[in-house]
Design a protein around this ligand. Structure first.
Ligand code: KMH
Ligand code: ZN
Length: 282
């Protein structure tokens, strides 16, 4: 089986220090959490950033500061910027970090209820526009899919030339308004992507580790981190993102799946663009 790529979603846009004091807000805290995840075995960091008071922002300048700070402490790690941002942000606001030529970015493939009155809006025109901007800049998209219909939407965009093969999906499972997080749901999602695609699974909340085990066993990849879950076990807050990643490394070890280094993850995902490679070529 292919080696396991572990993605760490270290920060998110919604989770707060009230939920877990280790949630990073400042540039230094974000670099600290990225390093803890990388040291534990994460090859890829899914990045949101905050103002010092915790307010989510998609500011290009703030992303630049955080990305540089992460590169200082873990130069090899793959950086994937969020273009999802936080609920209610405009498309242009969300697109700002693409200007920094990251290796990867998220491409949210549909609109989803996030609970209460919150709606995460991604119209078809927005998705096309985001996809085109990523293609122009040679940024590899990770298709964020909260339901099976969003896989189909991505496949349609691929057929129309907006998205290149092979596609990489992230099944975000267990959010209010999206698909559940049962083994049957994951088998359904994994069976719905085109042949040759890669996928990772993000179980939200208490679904994080059950879905991680399923992903490990099924030959997919795994995302863990504070964005999706702040607990190491029931009632036990994680001291760092690194603790969450280390748990996945332990589970994978027990199940006989090796962990991909960033270089191996780049090969699996076919990453060739972005600042990382530009600097290497110089
Ligand atoms: N914070 C959510 C509204 C992404 O990063 O692309 C969107 C999100 C998805 O986290
Ligand atoms: Zn995100």
């Amino acid at each position: 089986m292919e080696k396991l790529i572990i993605t760490a979603c270290i920060c998110g846009a919604e989770v707060t220090k009230e939920q877990n004091p280790a949630v990073p807000y400042t540039v230094e805290e974000i670099a600290r959490e990225a390093k803890s995840a990388y040291d534990a075995g994460a090859a890829l960091i899914h990045l949101h950033v905050r103002e010092d008071d915790g307010t989510p922002t998609q500011s290009r300048e703030r992303f630049a500061l955080c990305m540089e700070a992460i590169r200082e402490v873990c130069p090899e790690v793959i950086l994937q910027v969020s273009t999802g941002g936080a609920v209610g942000m405009s498309a242009e606001e969300r697109l700002q970090p693409l200007l920094l030529n990251p290796e990867m970015a998220t491409l949210d493939c549909g609109t989803c209820n996030f609970g209460g009155d919150e709606i995460f809006v991604n119209t078809e025109n927005m998705i096309r526009e985001f996809a085109e901007r990523m293609k122009t800049r040679k940024v590899k998209p990770e298709m964020e899919v909260f339901d099976k219909g969003m896989v189909d939407a991505a496949v349609r965009l691929n057929q129309r030339g907006y998205l290149e093969n092979p596609m990489h999906f992230n099944f975000v499972m267990g959010v209010n308004g999206g698909i559940g997080a049962t083994p049957r749901d994951l088998v359904f999602m994994a069976g719905s992507v085109p042949a040759g695609s890669t996928w990772t699974v993000s179980g939200v909340g208490r679904n994080q580790f059950p879905m991680a085990v399923m992903g490990i066993l099924m030959g997919g990849h795994v995302r863990v981190g504070f964005e999706d879950n702040v607990y190491l076990a029931k009632g036990v807050p994680a001291a760092s993102n690194g603790e969450l990643v280390a748990k996945v490394v332990r589970l994978a070890g027990e199940l006989g799946r090796e962990i991909a280094t960033p270089a191996e993850a780049r090969a699996i995902l076919g990453l060739t663009g972005g600042v990382y490679h530009d600097r290497k070529r110089k």
